[in-house]
Design a binder for this molecule. Sequence first.
Ligand SMILES: [Zn+2]
Length: 334
Amino acid sequence: MKHALPPIFAFTLSALVLVAAFIFAEPISEAVTATESAATDDAPLVAVPAPDSSDAKLRVNVLVKGETLNMTLADYLRGVTASEVPGTFYPEAIKAQAVAARTNLYWKLAHTNPGHPSADVCDDPAHCAAYATDSDLQEKWGGKYAELMPNIVSAVNATDGIVIRYNGDIIQAVFHSSGGGYTEDSGNVWTEQLPYLVTRESPEGPASVPNFISEYAFTINEFKRLATEKYPGISFDKGLLTNEERNAQSGRLLYVNLGDKRVSGTQLRLIYGLRSAMVNWTIDGNEIRLTTKGYGHGVGLSQYGANEFARNGASYEDILTYYYKGSVASSYSS
Ligand SMILES: [Zn+2]
């Protein structure tokens, strides 16, 4: 099977009401906060938040590699933001990511999570969001750490305490790497349609997203074998992929007959390891080729789309209220 190169960073999705998820996790090591590690005795490498900042006052429990660590929200947000978007992104895009992560954390604080009752959030991007410790980031970024980490810290500090609300309620600020040109209605991917998670055009494309378009080739036998692993007894008498149903606006595959099984685009994505359900295919002789656009579930904020908006001068508030339609960014305490 041919497939695209690995992503340059893990994309995320928050579990929340969600029933389907894809895992592209990165390893996490022992807990060292960004603040502790980045600062030196006489010359802090990065600015630390003021002691009375909203993010520094709240302590949260984060499940990191199976161990629950207690840290400030400010430290959590550095590790999650740095794991979710490159430090090379435009500042307003990094801020948008920081606010989305903060919003999700506050949402989680208000909701019991049976997946990890002793922790508010975990480091699994398929369940909560990716999180890297400062030592991991130093190892991953190497000589670039001193250049990139201040960009992350600045974004967290500049948005201290800011969250996103819809009709006054903290939202589920889900995000993904690239929507492939359009984001998706939450109800088309998961069980619940939320009013602020609706299809939006997204400005990223092949010039701005690594592996925006990915191709996968399977022999017909291999394609059938993978389906049979999931659905023993499946029949292909009436074709491989038929009767597709798509989001008319986004083009994302919603449902299709895989042999005699009706499956969702999400299920097809899981069976064949596709980067997204924005997928088309051609069958040529003994081969089926699938082509995807974007990366991730496609709901909520598109990280690369946010970067394109920021490149063109949008503020983080502009970006967030666009991807979370009808929402408002404001201080948690206000
Ligand atoms: Zn979790």
